[in-house]
Design a protein around this ligand. Structure first.
Ligand code: ADP
Ligand code: MG
Length: 260
């Protein structure tokens, strides 16, 4: 048997980028009781893959991403990033938000530079790196614009540039295309895939959180379903390569039945 055929071409090392084991999180509700949001989540994002995490609203997807980004501590379990336990934000992990989360009073360029500024990178280098990230995501010429002057798709491009400028090896995308109209979302997803495949960035893995099955099928090598009550990764399907963009396959049908 041809052993090389078993190895997906874009996962040469199959190394774990981020590994979660037994991650649990409770939130205290207004009446003072505890609500289990995540319970015993085990998950590994490996080098070379795009994984989609699908789940209903309120199932704990954003909470899980925030834990993976080091923005929120887990109550139990651990997150291992490149072999080390994560206790806070790590330089190699960047996040893109559904609501763009741009500072409205700052220009495109200033929004993209913020993270570099926080790292104490000198102004000229910041400017250069921000311009490169802005160009990479197709916003060259809009460096001086304010967010309110941009369409939704362009705002999210700024959100992506702000993540890319940090040169992350892990990109976490939380419903990043959900606030966009269908066509804009599709264009941006295609551009992201092109960027991923171009290897122009140091990105080694992308986790896409979504409630949109079509999006997951289009972008992911692997799709995980997130159940609610309490959130844990419940099932997995592998999207065959080259990407199977159809919703007609039996695997995808089963997935739709599982989530909805
Ligand atoms: P999803 O992203 O899948 O829609 P979330 O992770 O945002 O789900 O939220 C999961 C659950 O946790 C929801 O019931 C939400 O109300 C609750 N929740 C999220 N963040 C907090 C918080 N900071 N305090 C209390 N409850 C929260
Ligand atoms: Mg969410």
């Amino acid at each position: 048997m041809d052993q090389s055929a078993k190895q997906p071409t874009n996962t040469p090392a199959n190394q774990a980028l981020i590994n979660l084991s037994g991650v649990s999180k409770n939130f205290r509700t207004a009446d003072g009781s505890e609500r289990v949001v995540l319970e015993g989540v085990d998950f590994t994002l490996k080098e070379g893959e795009i994984v989609a995490l699908l789940g209903k609203s309120g199932s704990g997807k954003s909470t899980l991403l925030r834990i993976m980004a080091g923005l929120l501590p887990a109550d139990k379990g651990q997150v291992i990033y490149r072999g080390q336990q994560l206790f806070g934000p790590a330089r190699g992990i960047a996040m893109v938000f559904q609501s763009f989360a741009l500072f409205p009073w700052l220009t495109v360029q200033q929004n993209v530079e913020l993270g570099l500024e926080a790292q104490g990178i000198p102004k000229e280098i910041r400017a250069e790196q921000a311009e490169a990230a802005i160009e990479m995501i197709g916003l060259a010429g809009f460096e001086g614009a304010l967010p309110r002057e941009l369409s939704g798709g362009m705002k999210q491009r700024v959100g992506i540039a702000r993540a890319l400028v940090m040169k992350p090896d892990v990109l976490l995308m939380d419903e990043a295309f959900s606030a966009l109209d269908v066509l804009t979302g599709e264009t941006l997803r295609n551009d992201m895939l092109e960027l991923w495949e171009s290897k122009k960035t140091p990105m080694k893995g992308i986790l896409i959180v979504s409630h949109n099955i079509e999006e997951a099928v289009m972008m992911a090598d692997r799709i995980l379903i997130f159940s609610s009550d309490p959130g844990r990764v419940r099932a997995e399907i592998k999207v065959s390569l080259p990407r199977d963009r159809s919703e007609d396959s039996p695997e995808v049908r089963a997935l739709i039945d599982e989530v909805y």
